[in-house]
Design a protein around this ligand. Structure first.
Ligand SMILES: Nc1ncnc2c1ncn2[C@@H]1O[C@H](COP(=O)(O)OP(=O)(O)OP(=O)(O)O)[C@@H](O)[C@H]1O
Length: 236
C-alpha cells in the first residue's frame, strides 16, 4: 500500500531521515515508535508533502508520490490526522466537518452524504452539530478531527500522536476507533509515544532511531521485548 524506500529528508541543511525504508501494509495498523527526535513526525510530514525528500522514493498503491503537494495526496486517498488540536473553535461541528470536504466541496450531495455517514459513526457529533467546536471536550474534539479526516474517504491515514493530551480513558476510546477503521479496510501508519497502550492495537511495529529503522517486528513479538527495546534508547 505504502512503500518508503531510502528516503533522506530534513529541514534546510539539517538532515533528519537517513536512508529510511519501511512499508505500511494494506488494512494493517503500522506503528512507529522511537526516542524523542528520532524523526517519526518528520517521516509522516515527508510522506504528506510538508517536507520534501532530497532522496529516495515514496510509493502509494504503486504510484510515486514523493514531493507531491498535500491536496494531490488527499485526492489520491491519503489523510493526515495531525498531532495538535486542529478544530476551528468558532465554527460549528458541522462546519468543521465541511472543511474536511474541501476537495469535493462543489459536490453538495456527496458532502451531505459523507456528513451523514460521520454522524452515524459518531452520534455525539450529530447531537452537537450546531454547537461551536470550541465548546467540546478534548476527547470529543479528537473524534471531530478523526471524522474530518475521514470525510474524503481516505484509504490510508497518517496518524501523529492520537492520544496526546488525553486522559487514559479517552485515549483508549481513540485507539478503539482507529482500530475499528482498520477493520473497515483503512490502512493506518501511526506515530505514538504511548507505546505500551498503542502496541496492543497495532499489527506491525517499526523502531526508528536517528532517522533510520533500527528494528521491526510483529506487534505481539515486540510486546514481549518492550523493556529491552526502550532501555536500548537510553544508551545514546
Ligand atoms: N520545523 C522544523 N525545523 C527544524 N527542525 C525541526 C523541525 N521540526 C522538527 N525538527 C527537528 O527534527 C528532529 C526530529 O523531529 P521529529 O519531530 O520528527 O522527531 P520525533 O521522533 O517525532 O520526536 P518526538 O517523539 O519528540 O515527537 C528533531 O531534532 C527536531 O528538533
Amino acid at each position: 500500500m505504502l512503500e518508503v524506500a531510502n528516503v533522506e529528508a530534513g529541514y534546510g541543511k539539517i538532515q533528519i531521515l537517513n536512508n529510511l525504508s519501511l512499508s505500511a501494509k494494506e488494512n494493517k495498523l503500522t506503528l512507529l515508535i522511537g526516542p524523542n527526535g528520532a524523526g517519526k513526525s518528520t517521516l509522516l510530514k515527508t510522506i504528506f508533502g510538508f517536507v520534501t525528500p532530497s532522496k529516495g522514493s515514496i510509493r502509494f498503491q504503486g504510484e510515486e508520490i514523493s514531493g507531491l503537494p498535500s491536496h494531490k495526496l488527499a485526492n489520491l486517498g491519503i489523510g493526515f490526522l495531525l498531532q495538535r488540536v486542529s478544530v476551528f473553535p468558532d465554527l460549528t461541528i458541522e462546519e468543521n466537518l465541511k472543511l474536511g470536504a474541501w476537495s469535493f466541496k462543489k459536490d453538495s450531495a456527496r458532502v451531505a452524504q459523507r456528513i451523514e455517514c460521520m454522524y452515524e459513526k459518531f452520534p455525539i457529533l450529530k447531537q452537537k452539530r450546531s454547537e461551536s467546536a470550541g465548546l467540546m471536550s478534548g476527547g470529543q474534539k479528537r473524534m471531530l478531527e478523526i471524522a474530518r479526516t475521514l470525510m474524503p474517504g481516505p484509504r490510508l491515514i497518517l496518524v501523529d500522536e492520537p492520544s496526546a493530551g488525553l486522559s487514559p480513558k479517552i485515549a483508549k476510546e481513540v485507539y478503539r476507533v482507529l482500530h475499528e477503521l482498520r477493520d473497515e479496510g483503512i490502512t493506518l501508519l501511526m506515530v505514538d509515544q504511548n507505546i505500551r497502550e498503542s502496541i496492543g492495537y497495532s499489527d506491525h511495529v517499526y523502531v526508528l532511531e536517528r532517522g533510520q529503522v533500527s528494528s521491526e517486528s510483529a506487534a505481539d513479538e515486540i510486546e514481549k521485548n518492550l523493556k529491552q527495546v526502550v532501555e536500548s534508547w537510553l544508551k545514546f
